[in-house]
Structure formats: structure tokens, C-alpha cells
Design a protein around this ligand. Structure first.
Ligand SMILES: [Zn+2]
Length: 222
């Protein structure tokens, strides 16, 4: 929380030279945090006492990094309700230590039994996977490479959809269903399944135009 970003103004000059300066996003975040903390952790709140308790989230949520998807707000999740893991295009990859660790921690350690994989319409990661290789930075290309394999597996279905927006929408759903299977194939899920204690795994898609969730398996795009 130290250091200040240089101010910007509407004309691109220095902040001091412009009367209509854009708010500095870091300063705005710090000010918003102070206001929020005073309201939520003030004398009327029961949150300070709960800080000493271990977390007991009821949901493990895998979502995309997209800034237009406000995960906690769209699902009415409060503090402590959900463990949230975000990656580009909401991938749950067995070769990704971060995904595997989150699954093990959420299911095996915290005992969560409701898992959500939630994609979203107009996902840039999936749009990039539909495009030509090399159009995105190498690190992104590496991450979305398995999505290109997913596209190849569903090539016939996707090619039959003429409208690009509808094709992407269908790919978002197919990817969610693929990641749901990835959760079910994970070591921790298999262990719990053998013990008769498997979590429920839900595949949802968030529509960023309407704010609504839909079940990826019951899509009208199919
Ligand atoms: Zn996305």
C-alpha cells in the first residue's frame, strides 16, 4: 500500500495541470477500503470476533479472471462463504499446481462439498483459442493451448454454427463441461468418490449482458 502512481488527466497531461483529472485507481481503492472497513468492522459488526475462527466456506468456485464477472456479488456470497480460484478461461488443469492445490485444500482440508465451475459469455481466453496462434503473448498461448485441443474435439459442432458470437457461446459451455470433468477426474475427487463422499460439481455460465447464470449442460446453444 505504499507509493503513488502518477496522476492522469483527461488530456493525457499531468494531474495538476488538468481540472478534470481521472481518479487515481490506487488512491480510489485505498479510500474505498477505508470506508468499507469502517462500515463492516465497526462497533456494530460481528466480523472482528469471527476473524479468530477458522474459515468454513460452503462452496469452491472456479471462475475466469475477467474483470466483468463479480463472482461474490453475482451469487450473493458473503465473507467466508466461498473459496474462489480464478484463471484465464476458468481452466481446472491437472498439470497446474495451483488448481490441484486449491482442489485438495477446498475438498480435502476444508471439506467443501459444492464445487462450481463458472465460465462466462464473451470470454477473451476462449475467443483467443478460436483464433490464430500467435495473436496473444506466449504465456497466454501456453495456457490456452489445451483449449485449442478442446476446440478440435468439438470441431464439427462448432463449425456447424455460422454466427461467431453463438459459436463462442457454445464453446464457453463446452469448456465449462470439460472443466467439470477435470474436477471429477482429480485425485481428491476420486478419493472422496471411493469413500462415498463425493462433492456435487456444477457447471454454470454467467451472461455478462444480463447478469444471469445458466446451466452449461442445459444450453439452448447445444
Ligand atoms: Zn473469460
Amino acid at each position: 500500500m505504499s507509493g503513488k502512481a502518477p496522476g492522469r488527466c483527461c488530456a493525457g497531461g499531468s494531474k495538476g495541470a488538468c481540472s478534470d483529472a481521472w481518479p487515481d485507481p490506487v488512491e480510489a481503492a485505498q479510500a474505498a477500503n477505508l470506508e468499507w472497513a469502517n462500515a463492516r468492522f465497526g462497533p456494530e459488526s460481528d466480523l472482528p470476533g469471527r476473524a479468530d475462527e477458522p474459515q468454513r466456506p460452503s462452496m469452491l468456485w472456479f471462475g475466469c479472471v475477467d474483470s466483468r464477472v463479480p463472482i461474490e456479488r453475482l451469487a450473493g456470497l458473503g465473507i467466508g462463504d466461498a473459496l474462489v480460484h480464478r484463471t484465464i478461461a476458468n481452466r481446472v488443469a491437472s498439470d497446474d499446481p495451483a488448481s490441484s492445490a486449491t482442489l485438495e485444500f477446498g475438498l480435502g482440508v476444508l471439506g467443501i462439498r459444492e464445487v462450481v465451475v463458472c465460465g462466462h459469455d464473451r470470454c477473451g481466453g476462449l475467443a483467443a483459442a478460436l483464433g490464430e496462434p500467435g495473436a496473444v503473448p506466449e504465456a497466454v498461448e501456453t495456457w490456452i493451448e489445451p483449449l485449442r485441443a478442446l476446440i478440435e474435439r468439438h470441431r464439427e459442432t462448432l463449425d456447424a454454427i455460422a454466427e461467431p458470437d453463438v459459436r463462442l457461446r457454445r464453446l464457453v459451455e463446452l469448456n465449462v463441461l470439460d472443466q467439470v470433468e477435470a474436477v471429477r477426474r482429480s485425485a481428491v475427487h476420486r478419493r472422496l468418490e471411493q469413500a462415498g463422499d463425493a462433492p456435487r460439481v456444477h457447471g454454470w455460465v454467467y451472461d455478462i449482458a444480463t447478469g444471469r447464470l445458466r446451466d452449461a449442460a442445459e444450453s439452448p446453444s447445444a
